[in-house]
Design a protein around this ligand. Structure first.
Ligand code: ATP
Ligand code: MG
Length: 408
């Protein structure tokens, strides 16, 4: 991609109300654009990041047997009334009447929609277990919609739902999902704590949250600095200084960002919405459900909170919008050639071919934060100056070497 053609430019000044690094750099770098509080356009650079994250999630959900589909955002009141959530979620859910006066809502989550689908399509043990997911924008009337992608009123989520005929089966899959989630975050370049939290108003049991330690977070957790153990402070029986139940290390307290949450509903939905299937020996059993969410847009913000410096973002390779930022100093001819070759070889490069100063190009490269900066200039001969965004050292290398680096 030629930067001269890229939609939206970087901005010199941070947004006035920027509270966090992610709000500041995602806006300044041209990743997102605010339409109103908590509602953003994902610009070409930002959408690339979200798609990379989504692809990692897809791979891990598919390999855990998940089937991707897409459910409606527009939802009728009646299914939500069956569980009582039309009332209990009325503050957070966007609810309105359509032209004919029919009560309608925008999806804040999808348990009701999917359970309705399941009860109409699953009747036998032969159909179970089942694991279905989607990637979609959710709508929540958040009071504290913060700047940036951390807390949106419209935000991107992956939500997966699993269905089982026995608690053992559900438990097994739930634990498998914890492992799948850990892989997702690890592949995205995020260290998470697997935190025990309350089940909210739905489940008596605990839920598990996936939390990233960060000052910009809104949650407070007790966690182990060595392993992935944690407890949300809301329910924590342990405190800072106590021994970690997993490895005995001294526990710490800190702020964190919730990037995922998984719940067991057990037979709540079966009872509320009448979802039953017959077992092998002809018995009627409730169809049990668990839900598994990842906040994709919030995850992108969390990545920036963890991976940045005073100049801008430092994207991990796996989620960077492009693998490298090619910069031409002086005339463009040589850089044009290098760009064409890199593109032909399938490299994912953003090429700053604009007629502006070297200083401005370097500043933009630091702000946008691609993993490698490649500089072509009259001084470097037939070599390319390569610098990692995460390091100050640069070296001169040949084109083949560059291709090798980018394909790693
Ligand atoms: P929070 O406690 O932060 O309000 P939640 O517990 O209500 O979140 P869930 O229903 O568990 O959220 O949603 C699953 C995931 O979606 C969360 O773990 C989080 O990563 C993400 N998420 C939830 N609300 C928002 C939001 N308003 N903006 C961006 N991401 C969100
Ligand atoms: Mg949650």
């Amino acid at each position: 991609m030629r930067q001269s053609k890229l939609f939206t430019k970087t901005q010199k000044n941070p947004p006035q109300d920027a509270l966090s690094a992610s709000h500041k750099y995602l806006t300044q770098g041209g990743f997102i654009d605010m339409l109103m509080a908590g509602v953003y356009t994902y610009l070409p650079l930002g959408y690339r990041v979200l798609n990379k994250i989504a692809d990692i999630i897809r791979a891990e959900m598919n390999s855990a047997g998940g089937q991707e589909m897409l459910m409606p955002t527009l939802q009728p009141k009646n299914i939500w009334e069956e569980t009582g959530r039309w009332e209990t979620l009325k503050e957070v859910m966007y609810q309105f009447q359509d032209r004919s006066g029919k009560e309608t809502g925008l999806g804040a989550t999808h348990e009701e929609v999917i359970y309705d689908l399941i009860r109409r399509n699953v009747s036998s043990y032969k159909d179970l277990p089942l694991s279905l997911y989607q990637i979609q924008n959710k709508f929540r009337n958040e009071l504290r919609a913060k700047g940036g992608l951390m807390r949106g009123r419209e935000f991107m989520m992956k939500d997966l739902y699993s269905f089982h005929l026995s608690q053992e089966d559900l438990d097994g899959y739930y634990n498998q999902m914890i492992e799948a989630y850990k892989k997702v975050y690890q592949r995205c370049g995020l260290e998470v704590k697997v935190v025990e939290a309350s089940g909210g108003i739905f489940t008596k049991k605990y839920s598990h949250e996936f939390q990233v330690i960060a000052e910009a977070g809104e949650d407070n957790i007790i966690y182990c600095p060595k392993c992935d153990f944690g407890q949300n402070s809301e329910i924590a029986k342990l405190k800072a200084g106590d021994a970690c139940p997993q490895d005995g290390e001294s526990l710490k307290a800190g702020k964190s960002i919730e990037v995922g949450n998984i719940f067991q509903f057990g037979d709540k939905y079966a009872k509320d919405m009448n979802g039953y299937a017959t077992t092998k020996d002809g018995q009627k059993q409730p169809i049990l459900m668990a839900s598994y969410g990842i906040g994709i847009s919030r995850l992108a913000a969390a990545l920036v909170e963890v991976h940045h410096d005073e100049k801008g973002i430092i994207w991990p390779k796996s989620v960077a919008p492009f693998a490298a930022h090619l910069i031409s100093l002086n005339k463009n001819e040589t850089a044009d050639e290098v760009y064409e070759i890199l593109i032909k070889k399938g490299a994912d490069v953003l090429y700053d071919d604009r007629d502006i100063s070297a200083g401005e190009k370097f500043a933009d490269a630091d702000l946008i934060g691609l993993p490698y900066r490649l500089v072509v200039s009259s001084k470097s001969g037939d070599k390319i100056e390569v610098k990692k965004r995460s390091s100050d050292k640069s070296e001169l290398v040949g084109l083949n070497e560059v291709l090798k680096l980018l394909s790693e």
